[in-house]
Design a protein around this ligand. Structure first.
Ligand code: AMP
Ligand code: MG
Length: 505
């Protein structure tokens, strides 16, 4: 355990912590009684250069519950950072890490990662919150961030979940847990908005310089490095949303404080992978207007980038004379923001071609994909299984149609689409087997369906954590067949339709 503790540094040059007190407050975590290990990801440990047997080392749960931080020297304490943001389309003012504490950075193989405890107790940014996270939501974050990573979708990672019997009040009484999240950076759009709103252009510049120096050094060579930074955020965010849409993932709370400057999926709350496809699906029970519905995610991402651009505005256009600077800075920002559409649409189309197993590009591919979504929506066909099972369809006859076809109540609608699909496949050179193999590398068999997470949570509440680990292991190989785990790929049971997830985590 001391190996991990010794490898974490939170004062090093070039780190977020080195930006100083305007950005953060140092404080120890609030003690958590009798902590125990609920989940542990050995591959994240290896990524950090920690031993894969770390979780059984003495003191592991004391350390990753934050309990040992009360003994740390005051200048090296963990820290909570300050940010602001737009929540549900409205300026919310100051927010900040209300229950997250960054322990510091670990460096391995030339890569630096920040380790952050989520649920470590109250901070100066907690407002009305208790600073805690419950076991249920911590398991969901742990499972989903690991599932996303293994799907190839950019995300923060999770090293472990530590539980405690300490009661936490939500809609009902639950128990506390702490997830150790891992990311190269936890900087959010809201960090930039914060310093813009407070008219701290100096701090805004330091923050932007930090992100450029650490993550986008090539921006320094651009005419306007800060505009180049915005461009990087635009591109990485567009790419991220393409990936979300392509697997039927709904984030649920795409507030600007939950958007990573690196284009990572961050802040897992009421997220969900869709079972039956509904373009209007709202995974967050508290989102009554459907602002963050599945089909809204691309335009919300664009809206959020607009807020980021606004926050960076004072830094743009330094190369212009004072007289024309502000006007040209706005024009530049608008031009860069337009890049979202130019990036998103073709990338989504390319992704859809890959999902349909189309190796070549032809006129009408887009309509073919959209028609499939239309009939999936009308039939509430299972998102994951529809794409996965399409790989079994033959380009010559209807013999292999059943696995996909059976997911549609309106069989005639599927048959009509399948006829078009087969006609399109006749222009491809790959045979069925090659196409199936390629499709199975982009269409996962296993995703974190709500009911799977719920099963693991129910068992964990009874102190049986084996299902958390079993499920995590299945989700580490989402594209493999794993015949022994067929049940994890099946349609949700009836009880799953009544599951609701809200912001309360
Ligand atoms: P979220 O929408 O969950 O990302 O959270 C929005 C803001 O509320 C962030 O500033 C969080 O740190 C804060 N927050 C959420 N839950 C809690 C809690 N239980 N205690 C303190 N702050 C919280
Ligand atoms: Mg958040």
């Amino acid at each position: 355990m001391s190996a991990a503790a010794g490898a974490i540094d939170n004062q090093r040059e070039g780190s977020f912590a080195a930006l100083g007190n305007v950005f953060l407050t140092r404080l120890p975590a609030a003690p958590l009684p009798a902590p125990y290990v609920v989940g542990f990801a050995p591959d994240v440990a290896s990524m950090l250069g920690f031993d894969a047997s770390l979780a059984s080392a003495p003191g592991f749960s004391e350390f990753f519950s934050g309990n040992t931080t009360r003994d740390w020297p005051s200048t090296a304490l963990p820290y909570a950072s300050v940010y602001s943001g737009h929540q549900f389309g409205v300026w919310a003012g100051q927010l900040g890490d209300g229950r997250a504490l960054t322990l510091g950075e670990a460096e391995h193989n030339g890569r630096r990662f920040e380790l952050q405890l989520k649920g470590g107790g109250r901070t100066p940014y907690s407002r009305m919150g208790d600073g805690r996270a419950v076991l249920r939501s911590s398991i969901r974050e742990y499972l989903c961030s690991e599932a996303m990573h293994h799907l190839g979708i950019p995300t923060t990672r999770a090293l472990c979940v530590i539980g405690s019997d300490q009661p936490v009040r939500r809609e009902e009484i639950e128990t506390a847990a702490v997830v150790t999240r891992v990311s190269p950076s936890f900087v959010r759009f809201g960090h930039f908005e914060h310093f813009y709103a407070n008219d701290r252009v100096d701090a805004l510049r330091s923050l932007a310089d930090h992100v450029i120096d650490r993550f986008y050094p090539a921006c320094r060579d651009a005419d306007d490095p800060y505009l180049a930074l915005l461009n990087e955020a635009v591109l990485s965010t567009a790419d991220l949303i393409v990936q979300w849409q392509a697997v039927g993932f709904c984030h649920g709370v795409m507030n600007t404080d939950n958007m990573s400057i690196l284009g990572l999926t961050i802040d897992y709350g009421p997220f969900g992978f869709m079972d039956g496809f509904d373009a209007n699906h709202i995974c967050n029970h508290s989102d009554s207007q459907g602002r963050y519905a599945y089909r809204m995610q691309p335009q919300i991402a664009y809206w959020n980038l607009f807020c980021l651009a606004q926050g960076l505005l004072p830094l743009f256009g330094e190369r212009y004379g004072e007289a024309e600077r502000s006007e040209r800075a706005v024009q530049d920002a608008q031009r860069v923001l337009e890049g979202f559409k130019a990036r998103f649409a073709p990338a989504l189309e390319a992704r859809m071609r890959a999902k349909l197993g189309l190796d070549t590009e032809r006129e009408g591919d887009d309509q073919l994909a959209n028609k499939l979504f239309e009939i999936m929506h009308a039939n509430r066909a299972d998102f994951t299984l529809t794409f996965r099972n399409l790989s079994k369809l033959s380009r010559h006859d209807a013999n292999g149609d059943a696995p996909a076809r059976d997911l549609f109540l309106d069989r005639a609608a599927f048959d009509a689409w399948a006829t078009e699909y087969r006609a399109r496949l006749s222009h491809e050179t790959r045979d069925d087997a090659e196409r199936a193999e390629a499709m199975n590398r982009v269409n996962p068999k296993y995703v974190l369906r709500n009911h799977l997470a719920e099963n693991a949570i129910r068992r964990a509440k009874e102190k049986d954590f084996s299902e958390v680990e079993r499920l995590a292991a299945v989700l580490r190989h989402p594209f493999d067949e794993q015949p022994e785990h067929e049940a994890y790929a099946g349609l949700p049971p009836d009880w799953a339709s009544s599951l609701e997830v809200s912001c309360s985590s």
